[in-house]
Design a protein around this ligand. Structure first.
Ligand SMILES: *[C@@H]1O[C@H](CO)[C@@H](O)[C@H](O)[C@H]1NC(C)=O
Ligand SMILES: *[C@@H]1O[C@H](CO)[C@@H](O)[C@H](O)[C@H]1NC(C)=O
Ligand SMILES: *[C@@H]1O[C@H](CO)[C@@H](O)[C@H](O)[C@H]1NC(C)=O
Ligand SMILES: *[C@@H]1O[C@H](CO)[C@@H](O)[C@H](O)[C@H]1NC(C)=O
Ligand SMILES: *[C@@H]1O[C@H](CO)[C@@H](O)[C@H](O)[C@H]1NC(C)=O
Ligand SMILES: *[C@@H]1O[C@H](CO)[C@@H](O)[C@H](O)[C@H]1NC(C)=O
Length: 289
């Protein structure tokens, strides 16, 4: 598949460039672009905190969609796999299901690797493997202020999942469950005598998750450095992004540019101009197809 790349018209570019240079965000809400780089179709699920009437849609390989999170939004985004929905968008998924709809109407079911957001003047975000792992997921802020490092990881834990945690279908590991989910003990679930950060320590199972994915929560009281902060930013949430090669071109001394990485099929994605002397990240599509 060919990835088109072009620049927006100069007035748009200039306006956006000014807005970014002045640290002005175009609006209060945050656009969260969700991209599926996996070979397989992924059905993202989105649920607000404490309210499971959420969103959901299908993303084939290489497709993306924008979820516009309202001001102050708090919630979770993850990928559902192996879904089968009928023409009324009713059906079920092999992992990550959230009710029987394409749009979530119940809490997400483990195992799933989950991106968590609390948006505000300062946004907090993390990737949690507390409910297991079903897909590599990375949260990357775009043009934000503050720490703004990426959360999550590209590693696929499924091939190295201990057999007692593996969720298998036709002999293939489709997800790696958490020890809490499998053994349901106070120690693994940080309950009872283990309900504080002092008493609930890493276990041999949570260490497997932490080693494979250091910037993600591996158990309920994991080291809080897994939570990252950023302000005035949009986000890209990507599944299986190790399948594409991220290249950086240096635009210093050239006119400020904003890349519109043409999505392979649908929408356009705005990638980061990090500073006035910009490095422009763009994806090549060499691994697709
Ligand atoms: C968010 O996306 C919508 C539509 O995809 C667009 O109209 C809007 O300008 C975007 N907002 C920001 C802040 O980028
Ligand atoms: C849940 O969210 C939906 C859509 O945002 C809203 O219409 C509904 O009132 C909310 N329900 C509760 C119980 O907060
Ligand atoms: C939707 O599908 C589920 C199983 O996937 C089924 O139990 C349920 O009855 C269906 N609901 C409707 C309204 O068709
Ligand atoms: C599943 O894999 C095991 C070990 O690799 C093998 O012994 C078994 O025959 C396989 N079962 C099926 C149904 O393929
Ligand atoms: C983890 O520890 C438990 C109990 O201490 C042990 O039974 C299990 O084999 C260990 N698993 C791994 C993958 O090390
Ligand atoms: C940003 O956060 C990450 C993850 O918590 C941390 O490793 C890094 O040191 C932080 N960087 C700065 C500049 O604070």
């Amino acid at each position: 598949m060919l990835m088109a790349s072009h620049f927006t018209s100069s007035s748009q570019v200039w306006f956006l460039f000014l807005a970014i240079a002045l640290g002005v965000k175009l609006s209060e809400c945050a656009n969260i672009t969700i991209i599926n780089y996996c070979k397989e179709t992924v059905w993202p699920g989105i649920t607000p905190k404490n309210n499971f009437s959420g969103d959901g849609f299908e993303l084939k390989q290489g497709q993306s969609a924008v979820f516009t999170a309202p001001t102050g939004w708090s919630g979770r985004i993850w990928g559902r796999t192996g879904c089968d929905f009928d023409k009324n968008n009713n059906g079920t998924c092999q992992t990550g299901r959230c009710g029987t709809g394409l749009k979530c109407n119940e809490p997400g079911q483990p195992p799933a690797s989950i991106a968590e957001f609390t948006l505000g003047e300062t946004d907090f975000y993390d990737v949690s493997l507390v409910d297991g792992f079903n897909l590599p997921i990375v949260v990357k802020p775009v043009n934000g202020k503050g720490n703004c490092s990426s959360a999550g990881c590209d590693s696929d834990l499924r091939p190295n999942c201990p057999s007692e945690l593996a969720l298998k279908l036709n002999n293939k590991t489709i997800a790696c469950r958490s020890a809490c989910n499998v053994f349901d003990t106070d120690e693994y679930c940080c309950r009872g005598a283990y309900s504080s950060p002092v008493s609930c320590l890493p276990t041999n199972y949570s260490r497997i998750f932490k080693t494979a994915c250091p910037v993600a929560y591996s158990f309920a009281f994991d080291d809080p450095t897994s939570v990252i902060t950023c302000s005035s930013t949009d986000y890209v949430v990507s599944f299986c992004s190790s399948r594409v090669k991220l290249r950086t071109i240096d635009l210093c001394g050239k006119s400020p540019g904003l890349a519109h990485s043409g999505n392979l099929l649908h929408r356009t994605i705005l990638f980061g101009v990090k500073s006035a002397c910009a490095h422009l990240d763009y994806f090549t599509s060499t691994k697709f197809g």
